[in-house]
Design a binder for this molecule. Structure first.
Ligand code: MLT
Length: 259
């Protein structure tokens, strides 16, 4: 039984085009702040904290990708948004793909940032389930200490990201890990996504190899690939202008035919 949550969200900019930005695990909406100055004159930007993250509620249960996609649809209902561009980072990308599957009519365009369509293999699944237990027992501090190192090589950003993770609820992080562990492989669905899409990939992302992002882009009927040279897993913070350029191009493609 789904526990309805009211996602905390922040809104910036103006325009008929609505963009909803979904952050990755175990982060919050502030990762998108660096791209806003480039985009808020073009579109109305909505930045939620996903359930269990940032300032949003962290109910019990497993946060599956379809469940979190439903939260996004509920948020759109609350804001009276019929269709939107979704921008999903990493876990936010898994959620965006689940959204595209469940609510194709509500999607205007899709940006998949440092993400991929694969399910976990058995090793990864087990390690997520172990991490969930450890976080529940010992808190978020261990994850906050380790994870930034795999996200970026930029020391200043690592410190900033560590502070974001420290604010994540242990229960929320554990529930999201369990949800990611049971996510499905959406590779075979990519060919059905008929809206304009862009895959934004860090050239040196140690979590999502560039080969995987490139392969995903090639399977999307209207997919473009934007590679951030030397970028890691956090292109929106590491290279905000380039990331925003790729998103601006996506906004411009909306409403055009043959994009
Ligand atoms: C994320 O950044 O959301 C996570 O690294 C995704 C994952 O653990 O698969």
């Amino acid at each position: 039984m789904k526990t309805k949550v009211h996602l905390k969200r922040w809104e910036f900019g103006k325009g008929d085009v609505k963009i909803i930005f979904l952050h990755g695990f175990p982060l919050d909406h502030t990762i998108w702040h660096p791209v806003l100055p480039y985009l808020q004159d073009m579109a109305h930007c909505v930045l939620p904290d996903l359930r269990g993250h940032g300032e949003s509620p962290d109910p019990d249960g497993i946060y599956t990708m379809p469940l979190m996609a439903e939260d996004v649809a509920d948020l759109m209902d609350e804001l009276d948004i019929d269709r939107a561009i979704l921008v999903g980072h990493s876990m936010g990308g898994y959620i965006s793909l689940a959204f595209a599957k469940a609510y194709p009519q509500r999607l205007l365009a899709l940006a998949l940032v440092a993400t991929h369509p694969l399910a976990d293999n058995e090793n990864k699944r087990q390690s997520r389930l172990r991490s969930a237990e450890i976080i529940e027992k010992t808190g978020i501090e261990g994850l906050a200490a380790d994870m930034p190192n795999s996200l970026t090589t930029n020391a200043g950003l690592r410190t900033q990201i560590q502070k974001i993770i420290q604010k994540t609820s242990p229960q929320g992080a554990a529930s999201a890990l369990r949800g990611m562990a049971e996510r499905e492989d959406t590779s075979s669905f990519l060919g059905q996504i008929q809206v304009p899409t862009v895959v934004i990939a860090g050239e040196k992302d140690s979590i999502v190899p560039l080969t995987l992002a490139t392969e995903m882009a090639s399977k999307l009927p209207k997919g473009k690939l934007a590679v951030v040279p030397n970028g890691g897993h956090m292109p929106m913070m590491e290279a905000p202008e380039q990331t925003a350029d790729a998103l601006a191009d996506l906004i411009n493609r909306v409403g055009r035919t043959n994009t």
